[in-house]
Design a protein around this ligand. Sequence first.
Ligand SMILES: [Zn+2]
Ligand SMILES: [Zn+2]
Length: 378
Amino acid sequence: MSTATLSATTQSVKRSESTSTLPSFMQAVVVHGPEKYVMERLPVPVPGPGEMLIKVEAVGVCASDLKCYHGATKFWGDEDRPAWAQTGITPGHEFVGTIVLADDVAEAHHQVSVGDRIACEQIVPCGECRYCTRGHYWMCGPHDMFGFRNFNGAMAEYLVVPIRALTHRVSHELPAAHAAFAEPLACSLHAVERANIHFDDVVVIAGCGPIGLGAIAGAKAKGARVVVALDLSDDKLALAGKCGADILLNAGTSDVIAEITAMTDGYGADVYIECTGHPSGVKQGLNLLRKLGTFVEYSVFGSDVTVDWSIISDDKELDIFGAHLGPNCWPAAIKMIESGVLPMDDICTNQFALNDYQAALDLVSDTAGASVKVSILP
Ligand SMILES: [Zn+2]
Ligand SMILES: [Zn+2]
């Protein structure tokens, strides 16, 4: 469809300078099933009333993308939990792009203009369920998500932003891959919020992938007395130090529980934020926390976790908190990236062209590898 047809059929759609050259077709990755993500040539979508079209600049590849890529049912069990990645959908939820088409309704609703660069929260809340109406939008019942359910994600050149999406403006000054880090960083900050950190706390963050690194920066920003980073990779621990961790412990080569017991006069850590995605990270946390300590679980796991549940009750009376997505943390995450406090060049280790999406997915699959945040720049 030509741009002339676009403006003729869509009332009050504004066109930026660049949309005069808006192409008719685009490249997009489409989910055909587990491990079958196919590049297709599709018409550039036409936004309906209240919707916007963005030109995607960057999309991060997330561990959750890989779980879906390898077949979510393999991990989550059909009967127990729903698989989220739909066939026919374009994956990719950690994105940033520039608005190229928007009508007055969309601009007023999102308080943006054509030409603005925006990031969108991964969840597209229904606005009507009990969670949404009570302000807990990130737990929205239908749980529509960009790139997983009912809304195409950003492994494509263009993406439609529905009116229900939650949008945030991001500075054009940032490199695109850095700007797209707003999504995982908001998630990290939410995990930190759940931890109710106090000034005197020794906070342990397990796992120095993108979520753990953001949690380290968040725990420092909250004023924790000591932030301890745990990982199996010395390179990732070095990066954790650049993100603000005070103490770096390699869980493969040091006795983490003994070290933390020693640095806390024998009591144990006050807070543990689990970002490893490995069952051993749960057991480790229960064992290194002090009595009345706080455990925050952010990871998702590929298999069931078995632990001595009595540690939570009888032994230590722990507070256990789950955390999902990054509600109410996006402005802080974007401000943190824009402030330059994070070593973004070191965090955003790999960028791929859209055509090389398979290489990007494979790199994130290689969890033992050196990559941290892998991004695709369509
Ligand atoms: Zn993500
Ligand atoms: Zn809802």
